[in-house]
Write a protein that binds this ligand. Structure first.
Ligand SMILES: [Fe+2]
Length: 294
């Protein structure tokens, strides 16, 4: 009897070891450059428009930026320069003029471009759109990319977003994983999620580029089923270049390829086209005999 249990224990240890080896080989293959998803990416948040904020500085840099984007399999980009009264008081008509020049220079880049903005939170977002002080995605489209203050969730944000929705505009919350208040207490975003705010997570957060706390918050929000799209939020080419492939590998390894595809391919493309999108339910893959289930 004792011998039987000894053999059983040895057998269990050996199979655990094999499972461990198989898991690590799978991860290594993915991290080593294997194509995880077929299809091209759409980047719905980045600072590609030259000379208007802390992003790309020149048209020459923009051309190199787009070349890098193609290497990442990005074929559609929404340029979303900051609109923020204290630091980047950009005017929509000026951005539109500059965007036209970018399109002219980038016509052979293989990347389809669209203009939007990353609008800093204010209490009168709906009114500001009506007065043409801020810019929705696609210059008049149904989605508005909104950035909140880093440290606090402003009182009444839920009401402001509700009024926005009543006016026909869907708020997309930029990088919720990076706000200090959501890192400490992700559930403070629950009301916004419940009322249908679309969350955009940044690819560099998923790969750990902003540190472990931001990465853990990104995973938490994904696993709460609140996130609809991922985007690069790329700035200067040297500091934070456009990046999708590595983040998609992390997502596919953790949540399966179907979820990664919806977050990185399908929903961003639909957002680019002004079509309806839904958040993606993400569940960590579980152990199954010798493999992960998805
Ligand atoms: Fe941004």
């Amino acid at each position: 009897m004792v011998l039987f249990f000894f053999q059983l224990k040895t057998c269990f240890r050996a199979s655990s070891f094999l499972l461990f080896v198989r898991y690590n080989i799978t991860c290594a293959q993915s991290a080593g450059g294997k194509v995880v998803l077929r299809g091209m990416y759409t980047d719905v948040h980045c600072h590609l428009l030259p000379g208007v904020d802390d992003g790309v500085e020149s048209f020459k840099e923009a051309e190199a930026w787009l070349k890098r984007a193609r290497e990442e399999n990005i074929t559609r980009v929404i340029a979303t320069p900051h609109i923020r009264p204290d630091t980047y008081p950009n005017k929509p008509h000026e951005l539109k003029h500059r965007f036209a020049e970018l399109c002219e220079r980038a016509k052979d880049s293989g990347v389809e471009l669209q203009l939007g903005a990353e609008v800093y939170y204010r209490h009168d977002l709906a009114e500001a759109i009506a007065k043409k002080e801020i810019l929705t995605i696609g210059f008049g489209g149904r989605y508005l990319l909104v950035e909140l203050p880093l440290a606090i969730l402003p009182a009444g944000t839920e009401d402001v977003f509700y009024r926005l929705r009543l006016s026909g505009v869907e708020p997309v919350l930029a990088h919720p994983e990076r706000y200090i208040f959501s890192r400490d207490e992700p559930m403070r975003l629950a009301e916004l999620a419940r009322e249908g705010t679309l969350f955009q997570i940044t690819t560099h957060s998923i790969t750990g580029g902003f540190g472990g706390a931001v990465q853990r918050t990104a995973f938490r929000l994904l696993e709460l089923g609140w996130v609809a799209v991922v985007a690069s939020d790329a700035h200067r080419l040297a500091a934070r270049p456009p990046m999708f492939r590595e983040a998609v590998r992390v997502l596919a390894n953790r949540y399966g390829r179907a979820a990664a595809r919806r977050l990185a391919v399908e929903n961003p493309r639909r957002l680019f086209n002004g079509e309806h999108i839904e958040p993606v339910a993400c569940q960590p893959r579980r152990w199954r005999l010798g493999a992960f289930s998805t």
